[in-house]
Design a protein around this ligand. Structure first.
Ligand code: KIV
Ligand code: ZN
Length: 507
């Protein structure tokens, strides 16, 4: 069977989605998980776009050993040089040069002729080639580019040394049959196409990104560019998990494989959602909360008798936790550690003790501690590990005839205990105002969502918030069986990320 190269652009195109605000350390954490997942290429960022992006790409290049690390670059000498500077320590470095090719972009945005574009593309690929053997070129807005010009530009960049040529459906305009025909025509009309890998990069403006990508590989493309949970510019990119599982589940028809360890899919999706703050919609294929839930009586009956009746994918094959009762009040350290290992987590020393303490407290409040609860505890533990200020205590008084009042106590980085109180329009507002009286960083709350991790009145509540400061957005999450405590933790998490980012920026 032929293999399709999985090029993950979660950290570049995915990160371009409004309001992700990932720190360099978080990007490294996602990159390491992508390496575990088995993607072939990680597009780590766009080094010339900001010092933070440069730093993240450089850190990922140093850390990742088993994947190609790619940096995006405009078709300018400065951008190509900067891209190389960021990835030069990678074991397998790739420079990805892009340049608009459609007349719409040439006329209204770049104000350049086709010949000028051709020359820039050729020159910048040649420049990148002086740095690394592995060079990719993307003619932006390819699906609205006049095909004969597209063939010319592809031929020219392959001659200049491009080893991958990527066909971006930049505005999500293509229809599967039409896109497939374009791919087949490129394979037929570009004389030197056998010297490069043909890749596709589809956006989801018409909800067709995955369908277009699958049609493209069916017609001969051998690299797909995609993101975890389908995050990306506007409506997003083709979703990695949907492409990989379509290729795997329908290998009888498509006869194609990937290198992906599918059991890592669920964990990767959770991590990306957790760190970007983009909640996965419940009905999302493969990784949504309802993807393997059967509601109708007929379906439940069928699945109980034989899962194949209504399930085309075994949830365990994508790493979805069983979500059955696993641990309770009487479970000890050993059982907890074993369950963590089964879920793919290893915590040592203080981190383990903190998580175990949180588990015991939860088990006291909740009869059944499920895998999803444990995942939530671990996420909370990770957030605690990277704190600047720690929330030590929160107390509120509220009701329909009283003024909401909150008292909070925080521990500062130097160990000092700081306490304050405030009134608010509601209990969460009062808590946030009390925290603001201690950590005096101006910001604006732009989003606030609460959801429960599992069913039942005793469920853990997860709060996701976004705050904005100096035009930059920071997400925060918090989890607790008490939603006011979860809200306070989410705010502290967002503030801590803001403080860390400002500190990094000053360096
Ligand atoms: O959508 C697009 O055209 C891109 C290119 C930079 C490949 O993201
Ligand atoms: Zn894109």
């Amino acid at each position: 069977m032929d293999r399709v190269i999985i090029f993950d652009t979660t950290l570049r195109d995915g990160e371009q989605a409004a309001g992700t605000g990932l720190t360099p350390a978080e990007k490294v954490e996602i990159a390491k998980q992508l390496e575990r997942l088995g993607v072939d290429v990680i597009e780590a960022g766009f080094p010339i776009s900001s010092p933070g992006d440069f730093e993240a790409v450089q850190a990922i290049s140093r850390e990742i050993k088993d994947c190609t690390v790619c940096a995006l670059s405009h078709a300018t000498p400065e951008a190509v040089d900067r891209a190389w500077e960021a990835i030069k320590e990678a074991k397998q470095p790739r420079i990805h040069v892009f340049l608009s090719a459609s007349d719409i972009h040439l006329m209204y945005q770049l104000r350049k002729t086709r010949d000028e574009i051709l020359e820039m593309a050729r020159d910048m690929v040649a420049r990148a080639k002086r740095y690394t053997e592995d060079v990719e070129f993307s003619p932006m807005d390819a699906t609205r580019t006049e095909p004969v010009f597209l063939y010319r530009i592809l031929e020219a960049v392959i001659d200049a040394g491009a080893t991958t040529v990527n066909i971006p459906d930049t505005v999500g305009y293509a229809i599967p049959a039409e896109f497939g025909d374009l791919i087949a025509s490129i394979l037929e009309k570009v004389p030197n196409i056998d010297k490069a890998v043909l890749s596709v990069h589809c956006h989801d403006d018409l909800g067709l990104a995955v369908a277009n990508s699958i049609e493209a590989v069916r017609r001969g493309a051998r690299q797909v560019e995609c993101t975890v949970n389908g995050i990306g510019e506007r409506a997003g990119n083709a979703s990695l998990e949907e492409i990989v599982m379509a290729l795997k589940t329908r290998s009888d028809f498509l006869k194609l494989t990937t290198n992906i360890d599918t059991t890592q899919i669920y964990r990767t999706s959770r991590l990306v959602s957790e760190l970007t703050g983009f909640v996965v919609q419940p009905n999302k294929a493969i990784v949504g909360a309802n993807a393997f839930r059967h509601q109708s009586g007929i379906h439940q009956d069928g699945v109980i008798k034989q899962s194949i009746t209504y399930e085309i994918i075994d949830p365990r094959s994508v790493g979805v936790p069983a979500s059955t009762l696993v641990l309770g009040k009487v479970s000890g350290r050993h059982a907890f550690r074993e369950r963590l290992a089964e879920l793919g987590y290893t915590l040592e020393g203080e981190a383990f003790e903190r998580a175990f303490k949180a588990f015991k407290e939860l088990a006291d409040k909740k009869k059944e501690v499920t895998d999803k609860d444990i995942e939530s505890l671990i996420a909370e533990e990770k957030r605690t590990a990277s704190e600047v200020y720690h929330l030590d205590h929160v107390q509120v008084s509220c009701g329909d005839h009283s003024v909401p009042t909150a008292t909070v106590r925080l521990v500062a980085p130097d160990g000092k205990v700081l306490a304050d109180a405030a009134l608010g329009t509601g209990p969460v507002d009062a808590v946030y105002k009390a925290i603001n009286r201690i950590i005096k960083v101006p910001n604006r709350l732009t989003e606030f969502t609460v959801k429960s991790v599992t069913e039942g009145i005793d469920a853990i509540g997860e709060v996701l918030i976004r705050i904005e400061s100096d035009g930059v957005s920071y997400t925060g999450r918090g989890a607790s069986t008490d939603i006011i405590v979860a809200s306070a933790k989410a705010y502290m998490n967002a503030l801590n990320r803001l403080l860390l980012a400002k500190k990094e920026h000053k360096k």
